[in-house]
Ligand binder design. Structure first.
Ligand SMILES: Cc1cc2nc3c(=O)[nH]c(=O)nc-3n(C[C@H](O)[C@H](O)[C@H](O)COP(=O)(O)O)c2cc1C
Length: 375
């Protein structure tokens, strides 16, 4: 089962019990958007894609972002919805993963200001965000009204309730990467002067309301994961918080609203978060909230985050054995689960190969994997 024959990575293969969630190991599949759900409904190939990761030994699958039932929630072509007909597709995904002994959580998502007019389901609708954005005379992002906010909060609650009903093992709220929730959290994209803007506490309000709605919808025993990031798609060096004290002001209210597990999204899991301090974002998050934490960022990669989502990094980075470093960090108590993204794209059997000392057999990630597996 989960014991590793490679002592250097044994900590990654300890089981973990989190409330009702029993994981056979500490490796999660990171959420990765795919454009393979025509009509926004995940089909048999999507179920097979996730099933093969469960067969490959990953402890917890976090799905690609899947958008909640709000007219402006989607930002991309052919990505899956999380309402209506799509739920039948998701139920089949859950059954396929469970049949292979895996555990799975959907990543529920509102793309907010990342959406542009022209995108399904209703191409006439612009994006929606904390602030209005007009480009070349065209409204591309509408400022959310209080009614919009309460509709969106309710949509997240409904999605979480549906996740539980159709058999998912947990739910992850996408609060990262400049999508709707993060756009409210970040001072650069939120210049509102009502109770949803201004102070950290006000910018936090949407996240807190979403977590509260999700918690109310699923009850006490269903694990709720909250993913957040300092980095933004338009700025890898952005910060929500510049100190541990400010990070605590961001995370504590969100935690208290009902989060069970935080997912601290970084591009390189080993990097200290604040200058002059050794702690990573994951370690700080654990200390601040006292909750289990998922780390992520370049685990198992021979070079750092680039590919389709690259921005300013062109220098190759060589650290092929950073998975040993991840195992040590886990043993040191700096996080509880390691999420792996790109390394699992090219080799679904990455966890089992690592566990059984077959690192040499791992098919390494290459940017071409993004072209063939992700549009
Ligand atoms: C193709 C691709 C799609 C992604 N889609 C999502 C997504 O839907 N939701 C999300 O929170 N992060 C998304 N990410 C970020 C990953 O979850 C992860 O944090 C990132 O790839 C770093 O992990 P890695 O270095 O192990 O790949 C995506 C990354 C890639 C490469």
């Amino acid at each position: 089962m989960s014991t590793s024959t490679d002592p250097k990575v044994a900590s990654l293969f300890q089981p973990l019990s989190l409330g009702g969630l029993e994981l056979t190991n500490r490796i999660a599949m990171a959420p990765m958007t795919r454009g393979f759900s025509p009509g926004n409904v995940p089909g048999k190939d999507v179920a097979a894609y996730y099933k093969s990761r469960a067969e490959g030994g990953v402890g917890l699958i976090i799905t690609e972002g899947t958008f909640v039932n709000h007219p402006q929630a989607n930002g991309y072509a052919n990505v899956p919805a999380f309402y209506g007909k799509a739920l039948d597709g998701w139920k089949a995904v859950v059954e396929a993963v469970h049949s292979a002994g895996g555990k799975i959580a959907p990543q529920i998502w509102h793309t907010g200001p990342a959406r542009r007019p022209g995108i399904e389901p209703d191409p006439s609708l612009p994006g929606i965000g904390p602030d209005e954005v007009v480009k070349d005379g065209q409204l591309i992002v509408r400022r959310a009204t209080k009614q919009d906010i309460s509709d969106i909060v309710a949509a997240f609650g409904q999605a979480a309730s549906d996740a539980k009903r159709i058999g998912f093992d947990a739910v992850e709220i996408h609060g990262a990467h400049e999508y709707l929730i993060d756009a409210f959290l970040w001072e650069k994209t939120n210049t509102r002067d009502d109770e949803y803007g201004g102070s950290i506490e006000n910018r936090n309000r949407l996240a807190v309301e979403v977590v509260s709605a999700v918690r109310a919808a699923v009850g006490a025993d269903f694990p709720v994961i909250f993913r957040f990031s300092q980095w933004k798609q338009q700025d890898y060096h952005a910060k929500l918080a510049y100190s541990e004290a400010d990070l605590a002001r961001v995370l504590k209210p969100i935690s208290e609203a009902g989060v069970d597990i935080f997912h601290a999204s970084t591009r390189r899991f080993w990097e200290p978060e604040f200058a002059g301090r050794p702690e990573t974002l994951a370690a700080l998050t654990k200390r601040i909230t006292g909750k289990p934490v998922i780390t992520v960022g370049s685990i198992g990669l021979g070079y750092e985050f680039r590919g389709t989502v690259s921005q300013d990094d062109t220098d190759p980075f060589r650290n092929p054995n950073n998975v040993d470093e991840a195992a040590k960090e886990l043993s040191a108590g700096n996080f509880d689960i390691a999420a792996v993204g790109r390394a699992l794209l090219n080799d679904p059997h990455w966890p089992n190969k690592l566990r059984t000392g077959r690192r040499g057999d791992i098919r390494p990630f290459a940017d071409e994997a993004l072209a063939t597996l992700v549009r």
